[in-house]
Design a protein. Structure first.
Length: 514
């Protein structure tokens, strides 16, 4: 008999994972993990309590003191070995992600690839972390900036990227000299246990235990007290705007740092001269990929009046053919939503859109007629909703974490940009056009174009590369992770001045008691 994915990853023998007959609902101190494609339990996970939280934080402070002494390039070698181990476990971890959160196989594998890529990136970074040498105004003085490890950092992750969001933070933080305490979503603790075990085992085998720790528990018992803990100088939190408001407030109150990666309400503008083939294919991936459960999912299509009917027709046709089903079957493009509650939220949004004058032109209901093995899953048919001619559709101003694409029509680019920027969030954005003037207007350096952290031309909103800084503005929280200079969030800056002469020279030419 072939091994199950839990067996391949050693989760069946893990002390905090309960499998088989032992899995029961309602057991105090445990959470049951359910396969969203079948509605059946996969395993139960034993939760941490206040006592384990306290010991994990205390041990992490201790581990930090040792880890920061390791030269950054040597820290990079540990991350390199972790990346290699993720390469070895890519298939199994990708499958576990599909099982636990319902991503299709390609996207589960893609998520693990992101972890491998960010590990590679961090290895390079480990030799290039640097600060500038500045020109001092004082004779025989050297002035420069150096970047120092920050401390144990808390990482809170959302269900929809159960592996890569942690890796974006943890691989970079590790080369920066920080240790990481990860609090994953209770909807995806198995991927977290498997991923963290790989990193912690490799690091410990190389002589550095305690760099990667995991705390799994409820928001009230575990997450909120982590956020309040002054021993954690940085809390990096990914999730809804609601969560970010709370975390941002609590961390600010203790004057800590937060890195917030929150919800999006991403739009694509399709201009009159757009390549409609390219636009339709990109929007399809952006809007229905990951069953609409990405922070970067395309939620609004703002189309020029001359092409709106045609692009909507092409999309509706493509939606009609999209294969919905078991995420592990090759050929499936849309898997389940994460929970039955997410299905209800989807259906409620569709009802509200209709009440507000929206016209459903594709999908918008539970998916029926699926094979019996997945009849208990949380499947819906991705929806396209055309806004009324007034373009007034208040539901579209909210992020519903499900596959609903709202279509608006415009006459002038200014009108399109006003609609585009007229939501609270500011994560990912795109324009399809062959016009230099239109794309430059969208990307204007005055800031009058897209107000998002990510702005793309002739690309959909989903599928960022790791090399650029990732994050969004406004209610998306302003944080930046992944590439570019995002590493600076995980370090503290020290400005250094060294007087190598024999005179006391004061800045600003001040003479004091001479
Ligand atoms: P969520 O806000 O419900 O939960 C996210 C995480 O925050 C979980 O680990 C949860 O346990 C924790 N949490 C919740 N309340 C908390 C509190 N008071 N204190 C501390 N921790 C708390 O989000 P979700 O449903 O898991 O994920 C979907 C949301 O995440 C969407 O809004 C999506 O756009 C967003 N998201 C954003 C990004 C990004 O990079 N911007 C990436 C992925 C997901």
């Amino acid at each position: 008999m072939s091994m199950t994915v839990l067996e391949r990853l050693g989760l069946d023998r893990h002390p905090r994972v309960v499998t088989g007959q032992g899995v029961k609902h309602g057991v105090a101190g445990q959470v049951v993990v359910t396969n969203p494609a079948t509605g059946r339990p996969i395993a139960a996970v034993i939760l941490d309590d206040e006592r384990t939280r306290e010991s994990v934080v205390a041990e992490s402070c201790e581990a930090f003191r040792a880890w920061r002494e390791v030269p950054a390039p040597a820290r990079g070698q540990v991350v390199r070995a972790i990346g290699d181990e993720f390469r070895r476990h890519k298939e199994a971890l990708g499958e576990l992600i599909s099982l636990e959160v319902g991503k299709i196989r390609q996207e589960g594998l893609g998520e693990v690839q992101e972890t491998i890529d960010i590990a590679d990136y961090a290895v390079g970074l480990s030799r290039t972390l640097s600060g500038p040498v500045l020109q001092s105004e004082r004779p025989r003085h050297r002035l420069y900036e150096q970047w120092l490890p920050l401390g144990p950092i808390g990482v809170i992750s959302a269900f929809n990227f159960p592996n890569a969001v942690w890796a974006w933070n943890a691989m970079i933080a590790a080369v920066c000299g920080d240790v990481v305490i990860w609090k994953p979503s209770l909807l995806a603790p198995l991927t977290a246990i498997a991923s963290n075990a790989i990193a912690e085992r490799v690091s410990a085998e190389m002589g550095h235990p305690g760099v990667f720790r995991l705390l799994i528990g409820t928001d009230t018992q575990i997450a909120e007290s982590l956020v309040e803990d002054r021993r954690l100088p940085l809390i990096s939190a990914t999730g809804s705007c609601r969560m970010g408001r709370r975390v941002g407030e609590v961390v600010a109150r203790r004057l800590g740092r937060s890195l917030l990666e929150l919800g999006g309400n991403n739009a694509v503008i399709v201009h009159s001269d757009a390549d409609l083939d390219l636009a339709a294919r990109s929007i399809l991936f952006g809007a229905v990929g990951t069953a609409g459960q990405r922070c970067t999912t395309t939620r609004r299509l703002i189309a020029h009046e001359s092409v709106a009917a045609e692009i909507t027709r092409r999309l509706a046709e493509a939606y009609g053919k999209v294969a919905i089903g078991d995420p592990l079957n090759e050929g499936t493009l849309v898997g389940p939503l994460i929970t039955p509650a997410a299905v209800e939220t989807f259906l409620a949004a569709i009802r509200r859109a209709r009440d507000e004058g929206g016209e459903v032109v594709a999908g918008g209901e539970r998916a029926s007629g699926l094979p019996t093995e997945i009849a208990g899953g949380n499947f819906v048919r991705p929806a396209i909703v055309r806004a009324p001619s007034s373009n007034r559709l208040p539901i579209a101003l909210e992020e519903t974490f499900a596959p609903i694409l709202y279509v608006f029509t415009y006459r002038t680019l200014d009108e399109a940009l006003a609609m585009h920027n007229g939501v609270d969030q500011g994560l990912a954005s795109g324009i399809f056009t062959d016009s230099l003037a239109a794309s430059e207007t969208f990307l204007s350096v005055t800031g009058s174009g897209s107000d998002c952290g990510l702005a793309y031309v002739n690309l959909g909103t989903s599928g960022a590369e790791i090399g650029g800084a990732f994050g969004g503005e406004k209610d998306t929280g302003g944080g930046r992770e992944s590439g570019s200079d995002s590493w600076k969030a995980y370090m503290r800056r020290q400005t250094v001045a060294v007087n190598h002469g024999k005179q006391l020279a004061l800045a600003q030419g001040i003479r004091f008691g001479e």
